[in-house]
Design a binder for this molecule. Structure first.
Ligand code: FAD
Length: 529
């Protein structure tokens, strides 16, 4: 689909009558898009920036019940999330992978061990399995190099799951396209179209890629707002009260050699007792997250959220409280990233006390799906589709049980290592065969020892709707977050593989490279802002 002049041919189709238009190309929009297409609805998805540009590429990368939500008494959210985790572990092998977590309990924490143990039991019962363990201090210490020994009372081990969030979005969208859906990135919904009696019956969209330079009126039986933290912007056209609270969460990424973590660890911040995670991810160690109100002025001034110096200090304090021997400092940070949680405001004083539940609203025929978590995207899509069918007056169609991820039945070629094949099949699904087939000489090599290989760069550049270099290096592959200075040193090699696939002139490449390094410096570097 994303080859040659795909964007202009896609634009030439916009004036047809659509059954459904989905606005927002994060995981929520992707899930709804996929279900709608599978129910044989003629469906268009528009994304203002890049697919997964919003929160869905900036999460903690966990498919989890949210152990900590138990302590906030959000039992419903935890239960549904644990069930979805089990579903995704089964349906998306090699993309969603089991990840053991240890919670070390320290005297300073003020958490009785029985309470943590009870949490681990409830968590397992919700997932219909028995997978947690009690650990004595020596067992905990043997798992984590440099972990604080003083005042360690006990530990608990439970299992959740980890994934590449952006690749999940891309797989869900691409597999829906393969079934006949149309998805356009860099296409913004500017305003809702309404009938004389005020009912929403379409949306005006504008090209943001610069390749088309047009606007279009798109008519649909039903319009679905899946714009995550930006939910209220689109709703403002309906003169309804704002309901969202944007909560920023930031992570720091460290080199695994400097800060090793082969399993995940749950910790409680020494200042406020908030739960945080140390997570092994893509060969690196990721620590987060913060949870603070995002200042509206920052959004006006900056194109993307970024991790403030206060947040960096807050995360480093937690790391050094638990791993004092490692003496981790700002100099050890490889990259940072920040996202905005789409939270339906319940007026809680503390951001972390706000519910992570999702809701579906029908306002003048505009269906809004918001809140929730990446983990629960399937449930969110199911509920949205039911409401969408009802609103559009389309007869009920059974959506439950439809796959959200396609199974893969490609044989591994002899010259591709199993570890690499599994990694690719999780991230590229049925397109893995194409990726391997198009790989050039030496492109099964790993990029600087990361799990990524060079053939991914070729594939993504040629077939995955890349418009700018940051689409390629931050969202199709994640090496912009994993290599020092966003991969600056590797740019000549990346160029050799990607430029011919992208069809960019030397002038265009140079401009993209400059813009990418500027974006990285401002929003993803150890010294953002
Ligand atoms: P988004 O991903 O933000 O997508 C909305 C999209 O809409 C954006 O791409 C945006 O560009 C687009 N858009 C906006 N306006 C328009 C317009 N007018 N026209 C067209 N497009 C538009 N959940 C988990 O399950 N596990 C986790 O580990 C986890 N960790 C998290 C950590 C952090 C720090 C944060 C912030 C969130 C975390 N979450 C986690 C929550 C999860 O990431 C979000 O709930 C989820 O990604 C939201 O997806 P979305 O599609 O609703 O929003």
């Amino acid at each position: 689909m994303f080859e040659g002049s795909w964007r202009s041919s896609a634009w030439s189709e916009l004036d047809r009558q659509w059954d459904a238009v989905v606005i927002g190309g994060g995981i929520t929009g992707a899930g709804v898009f996929r279900l709608a297409v599978q129910l044989s609805l003629k469906t268009l998805l528009v994304e203002a920036r890049d697919f997964s540009f919003g929160t869905s590429s900036r999460s903690s990368k966990l498919v989890h019940g949210g152990f900590r939500y138990l302590y906030n008494r959000q039992y419903g959210v935890t239960y549904k999330s644990v069930r979805e985790r089990e579903y995704l572990l089964k349906e998306a092998p090699n993309l969603v992978e089991p990840l053991p977590f240890t919670i070390p309990n320290y005297r300073e924490y003020d958490f009785p061990s029985w309470l943590l143990h009870a949490g681990a039991i409830i968590y397992d019962l919700m997932g219909s399995k028995w997978d947690h363990q009690k650990l004595d201090p020596d067992e905990v210490l043997s798992k984590f190099n440099g972990l604080k020994e003083k005042n360690l009372i006990k530990g608990f081990r439970y299992k959740d799951a980890v994934l590449d969030d952006s690749r999940l979005v891309l797989r869900v969208i691409q597999e829906a396209i393969d079934r006949g859906g149309l998805a356009l990135n860099y296409t913004k919904a500017d305003r809702l179209l309404r009938t004389g009696d005020g009912k929403v019956h379409g949306v005006q969209v504008s090209d943001q890629s610069g390749e088309i330079g047009k606007t279009a009126e798109v008519k649909a039986q039903v319009v679905i707002n899946a714009t995550g933290p930006w939910t209220d912007s689109l709703r403002s056209g309906l003169e309804v009260p704002k309901r969202m609270r944007k909560l920023r969460g930031s992570h720091l990424i460290f080199d695994h050699q400097r800060f090793p973590a082969s399993e995940a660890l749950t910790l409680f911040h020494p200042d406020d007792g908030r739960a945080m995670f140390v997570i092994p991810w893509e060969g690196m160690t990721m620590v987060g997250t913060t949870d603070i109100d995002h200042d509206a002025r920052l959004e006006k001034q900056y194109d993307e959220p970024f991790c403030s110096q206060d947040e960096i200090a807050y995360v480093l304090k937690a790391v050094n409280f638990l791993f004092p021997e490692l003496e981790i400092s700002g100099k050890d940070i490889v990259s940072t990233f920040s996202g905005l949680r789409p939270i339906i405001s319940g007026g809680a004083a503390s951001p972390s006390k706000e519910s992570r539940a999702h809701e579906v609203w029908n306002e003048h025929g505009l269906i809004t799906i918001t809140g929730g978590k990446l983990t629960t995207f399937r449930l969110m899509a199911l509920q949205t589709i039911r409401e969408a069918l009802r609103t559009a007056g389309i007869e009920k169609r059974a959506a439950h049980g439809l796959p959200m991820i396609d199974s893969i039945d490609i044989a591994r070629p002899d010259d591709v290592e199993k570890e690499i094949f599994d990694y690719l099949s999780g991230r590229y699904g049925r397109r893995t065969g194409l990726l391997l087939q198009n790989a050039g000489q030496g492109e099964f090599e790993k990029i600087n020892g990361l799990p990524n290989i060079w053939a991914e760069i070729r594939h993504a550049a040629g077939s995955e709707a890349v418009l700018h270099l940051d689409d390629l290096l931050l969202r199709r592959v994640r090496i912009g977050l994993l290599l020092p200075e966003g991969g600056k040193e590797w740019l000549p090699q990346i160029r050799a593989v990607a430029q011919p696939e992208l069809g960019w002139s030397d002038t265009r490449w140079d401009a993209e490279e400059k813009a990418y390094l500027q974006t990285w410096q401002t929003y993803y570097s150890p010294w953002p802002g």
